[in-house]
Ligand binder design. Structure first.
Ligand code: AMO
Length: 438
């Protein structure tokens, strides 16, 4: 069939702007065809655009043969432009419909569709991710990404209001920063390079120039595990702040979390309703639990974690059940935190690191950093790392002020905001052990 071009046509109204008060007006709407019905004497379809849906009603007695022919050839999700008259109609959604004078078919969807775009027929996550462009037209996934957008926007607004400057650091790097996570090697001309695990070292150096910086960017982790909370490419909101300690940046993080939760609750009430998710804004101050206290609480409930080990996922979940909501775990053993974290003065076995947890899910981690070269070199050696591999970084740590910061996973934050139980639900095109497309 011959498809139409946009030509001179431009949209005059979004579906949500088509209102009963405008009855009699001629409009042009554009969007996707959802439901199509033929009741003999009358044909209907619903047109969906970014503003919602509007009913297009074609009584056989009053529309042209060409319009009827075009409606007959429509398939669900095809893209159309409709020029027509607004008419009031009691039986139509919102009491209003458009009677078409002319229809352009701009693209025709092939049938059968790999998914039901209305979301009435359930589909498994893999099928949905394979047809993600269709999946994202469904109400629930669409609601998740609107919430994610508003979360990121309000986080940005918050950081800007606190005097942070947004920066971009390289994602092609020469060495590791996060000892626990493996690197993805890439070939970089005649050398080997890696995808960045974190903007850590760059953001630290930048405190010496701009004092308060933040970055929203991808982090790459070559972790093999297949879990509902890890991806191989994630987005992190990183901050670094001069003349500050872990406690200072924990307060910044608390304020940011409260702001983001409140803003999402205010701006996304409709999306939260679609997701049937009751969002509770955490109260400040968030509880601060030392690593030792966390271990004690767990042991009381029969979960034993040997001192000096990271909390495994089941222990994190248990702790989430005990404490609930948002809380910090502070004063971690130095040996399990990265080399750049400052050991505690009074007890160097512990360090000034923290994790922000939300109901058993780690949302962020951070701490006070080492800003003096001698201690940094000592700490690298103690961790079994070769200071020579960090030469260019050490050279750039020129008279850097005392500083602290954190990295907050945007994907995990979105899980907390939407109630999603799998990180893949909140990432447009997730990258995991098995998935490299679409
Ligand atoms: P960390 O490695 O804890 O710390 O990462 C910070 C936050 O990023 C998110 N995150 C992930 N999300 C999904 N999949 C993953 N594989 C993944 N890895 C990390 C988590 C985590 O809390 N440089 C430090 C931060 C700092 O100290 O400033 C760092 O990268 O939400």
């Amino acid at each position: 069939m011959q498809l139409d071009d946009l030509g001179e046509w431009r949209r005059t109204h979004l579906s949500c702007e088509v209102k009963a008060e405008l009855a009699g007006e001629e409009v042009i709407v554009m969007g996707n065809v959802t439901d199509i019905r033929d009741l003999g004497g009358i044909k209907f379809f619903l047109l969906r655009d970014i503003g919602g849906t509007v009913q297009i009603t074609a009584p056989k007695s009053s529309v042209s043969a060409n319009v009827l022919e075009k409606i007959d050839s429509l398939t669900r999700e095809s893209v159309v432009a409709v020029r027509g008259k607004i008419t009031t109609a009691k039986q139509a959604p919102r009491g209003v419909e458009i009677v078409p004078l002319e229809i352009k078919i701009l693209n025709l969807a092939k049938t059968p569709l790999p998914l039901d775009p209305m979301g009435r027929v359930k589909a498994d996550l893999d099928t949905r991710l394979d047809a993600r462009s269709l999946d994202l037209r469904r109400p629930k996934p669409a609601a998740i990404f609107k919430i994610r957008h508003h979360a990121l926007q309000s986080a940005r607004e918050f950081l800007l209001s606190r005097g942070f400057m947004e920066v971009n650091t390289p994602k092609i790097v020469a060495s590791a920063t996060e000892s626990g996570a493996a690197l993805f090697p890439i070939s970089y001309f005649e050398r080997e390079a890696f995808l960045s695990q974190s903007p850590q070292l760059y953001k630290e150096v930048l405190t010496g120039c701009f004092e308060r910086v933040f970055e929203v960017g991808p982090i790459f982790r070559a972790e093999e595990h297949d879990t509902s909370r890890h991806l191989n490419e994630a987005i992190s909101i990183d901050i670094e702040m001069a003349f500050a300690t872990a406690e200072d940046v924990m307060c910044t993080l608390e304020d940011l979390i409260v702001r983001v939760f409140s803003e999402v609750k205010r701006r996304c009430a409709e999306e939260l309703k679609i997701l049937e998710h009751e969002l509770e804004v955490p109260k400040k101050p968030f509880p601060r639990l030392t690593y030792d206290e966390a271990l004690e609480e767990l042991e009381k409930r029969g979960v034993k974690v040997p001192w000096g080990k990271d909390l495994p996922t089941p222990a994190e979940r248990k702790l989430g059940e005990i404490i609930g909501g948002a809380y910090f775990v502070i004063d971690w053993p130095t040996e399990i935190k990265p080399f750049y974290i400052h050991p505690k003065k009074e007890n160097p076995k512990l360090c000034e690191a923290f994790d922000l947890m939300f109901e058993g899910l780690e949302l962020a981690s951070g701490g006070t950093r080492i800003h003096r070269e001698e201690l940094l070199v000592k700490q690298l050696k103690q961790k079994g790392l070769n200071p020579r591999n960090f030469e260019s970084h050490l050279k750039n740590m020129i008279a850097v002020p005392p500083h602290a910061g954190w990295g907050l996973g945007l994907d995990r934050l979105t899980m907390a905001l939407t109630g999603a139980d799998n990180i893949r639900e909140v990432v447009l095109f997730p990258r995991d052990r098995r998935r490299l497309t679409p």
